[in-house]
Design a protein around this ligand. Structure first.
Ligand code: 5GP
Length: 128
């Protein structure tokens, strides 16, 4: 049952193809719940995308439909990626775009993990 307003999961979206190794990616972490790889167009010195293995379109879809084990496993993986990249002491930012207002481009739920510099204001382009 699709989440209202989100449509069906597109099995050929870019991240689905990355999961199937049809498109190369620079993976930094993977386990049964999540895969993490470098963003192709980094917006910080360290810019990692963490995605669940399951077919979820967005944060809304993931939190509505994934099992408790998948949700816990996924967010633990995000934390583990940050630890493995030694980002905890200097700090980092996580972000997830959901839908049109947030500018979500790839319809497979993902968390951006930014690090390697001070990140500045949380929201830029407010109101533009
Ligand atoms: P969104 O705007 O959906 O939150 O973020 C999508 C992200 O995916 C963007 O930061 C974009 O640079 C990244 N991206 C798009 N295509 C590819 C790809 O083929 N490989 C990788 N590694 N990242 C991609």
């Amino acid at each position: 049952m699709p989440v209202k307003g989100l449509g069906e999961y597109d099995t050929n979206n870019i991240f689905a193809r990355i999961l199937r190794d049809e498109i190369p990616s620079r993976r930094v972490f993977e386990n049964e719940y999540a895969v993490a790889f470098h963003d192709i167009a980094p917006q910080a010195p360290i810019h990692i995308l963490v995605i669940p293995r399951g077919p979820y379109i967005s944060f809304a879809d993931f939190t509505a439909k994934a099992s408790d084990a998948e949700i816990a496993g996924f967010f633990r993986a995000v934390g583990e990626v940050a630890r493995q990249l030694h980002l905890e002491a200097p700090g980092y930012r996580i972000l997830s775009n959901m839908g049109e207002h947030a500018g979500q481009e790839v319809p497979h739920f993902h968390v951006h993990l930014f690090g390697g510099q001070k990140m500045g204001a949380m929201l830029v382009n407010h109101g533009s």
